[in-house]
Design a protein around this ligand. Sequence first.
Ligand code: SF4
Length: 731
Amino acid sequence: MAAAPRPPTALYDYPKYWAECLLPTPFLPMSRQEMDQLGWDSCDVILVTGDAYVDHPSFGMAVIGRVLEAQGFRVGIISQPDWRDAESFRALGKPNLYFGVTAGNMDSMINRYTADRRLRHDDAYTAGDLGGKRPDRAVTVYTQKCREAFADVPVVAGGIEASLRRLAHYDYWSESVKRSVLIDSTADILLYGNAERAMVELTHRMAKGENIRDITDLRGTAFLCRTIPEGWREIDSTSVDQPGRLKKQKNPYEMSKPSDNADAKEIRMQALKADTCASAESASADSEPQVLSIIPDTQAIKTDPSSTYIRMPSFDEVTADPVLYAHADRIFHRETNPGNARPLVQRQGRNDIWVNPPPIPLETEELDWVFDQPYKRVPHPTYGDAKIPAYDMIRFSVNIMRGCFGGCTFCSITEHEGRIIQSRSEESILNEVEKIRDLTPGFTGVISDLGGPTANMYRLNCKDKKIEATCRRPSCVYPSICVNLETDHKHTTQLYRKTRALEGVKKVVVASGLRYDLAVLDPEYVKELVTHHVGGYLKIAPEHSEDGPLSKMMKPGMGSYYEFKEMFERFSKEAGKKQYLIPYFISAHPGSTNEDMMALGLWLKSNGFRVDQVQSFYPSPMASATTMYYTEKNPLKPLGKNNTEQIFTAKTQEQRTLHKAFLRYHDAENWPMLRKALRRMGRSDLIGSGDGFLVPGESRREKEVIRRQSTKARPNLKAQPRSSRTKPRRR
Ligand code: SF4
């Protein structure tokens, strides 16, 4: 099982597999006919995906396929097979090594259902935008069908759906806690996160004859484990983070006893010296989330991650006790740093699920190598002229980095990709822009995005690798921007300048989400962005106006929004441009009460915003906000019994609709509901015409309708026998 971090083999340094002589392919084959044309008798690996096959580095299957191809393996793709028929899974014959199964770029449930669990009829990842081309819980269904097609072929599960279901997790759609997808799907191994490293090593080892069941030491993998191998020491998770009553509440992210380890001492000293503001904050804010500490977890330094694992509460325990579920969430989020994470083990039925620590992030040269593979950058010809909306959205855009250190609790990017930023080189990015210019049909000179999970985290990393390796903060920017974080955006600014200077490039737009609390630390960057890279509107996401919900989201307060707004308006004016800032908000987020939503509605009204679309909170597996939604506990704080905080969450359809309605206060259809809610909340003073009100009062006609309805609803007392007219008695 996982060894302590050691420099891994670079992706391009593996000796090639013998089939290299039959490669590369124009497209990865999707049919027997294409295999024949390539002179292949079989595939070494067959990838099964819920998405249409677009040979582009923004599509996970294309990336994994091309990376394996570059190692010398013959890779075929079965895209959106008929999952009712095992024959579709035999389309390319039997793979020599394994089936690789993914739901696609999105979780199949999120792809298929809205945040209110309504069925969608479209699918941006399907030719013709047609819904219904993939099953619900695609990883499980596809894996079972692969087994049915070829019972003796191993199955490797990956992609975001498998990744976020590696442990027991709350499933919003069935409103229940579900076991790891490894159990339901029967996959042999699960690869989580960006899986190039694990996939390449796994495939080479299997090609050399290793049994997949014996490959247990790969980072970024999870598997079923019947017995814990010898030589491993168990740490019970409750000794790392106590969920029960504590005599004295303490921050579980702090060490219990300082380590004597010399490295640890030095790191501790550096961290303590550097982060005086963080300690001042933590001393003053008893009511604030306490998990975010710069102090390295020296217990982790003492416990060797190559021989120590953490036993989490079992599936049965987290199902039975919300506190233990929230506790498991805390443990999971503590163990996400490849520099210090230990394996996590969770009992599920008669087996354990063993989750190895996350993969070591790719070096810049490796990421460049991944992006430099011979992608055709278009959908497979089998789709003809049919539109694939997800492809249309990204075909002129360039992904410049991976990972996110924001840690927003409603988002699962950090849980999937990690919080260490992996950036491409300038040269590789500029090469890709030139490829778009020269090869992509329909290019008019506009690059539609130069970004990634966040627009402005390119080459922003922890200043000190040693500190980074011991850090357990779930965010580098919340509750305040860490003093160890590099915040100079000069590399991004320079990249923007060089990209727009390329011949044939008329405009470069930045459409990825901007972390504006970070951006304001570098006014030169904001000026560059505002002057050259805004297409009229810049969308940013404060997500809420109120401190309560913002603290549950781990988002900055509105102070930095105003700071950014001031800069945006000033630089737009200086550039002589009329540009607008469009803020986005989430409704029904855990911790957001009716009063919070009302305050947000008033904020929107006083700032003149009328939002068209509202995103309701969508509880995705493994996000901390989903834990709040399910348990009504706050996993951002220690969970001792002294912690009695109950998190309010709008769960019923009525509550969720009301929260949405507050954001669309200007929509007349919402007024009756809002008036009713405001009266119930004792805020009738907000009903009326004018600036100080949220919604107008009833018109004369509406009043008349209400009067008639209430008359109708009132019982006709005269028609009733005298005995039933008495007032109800008090019990
Ligand atoms: S910058 Fe991020 S990784 Fe580095 S010490 Fe701060 S929080 Fe930890």
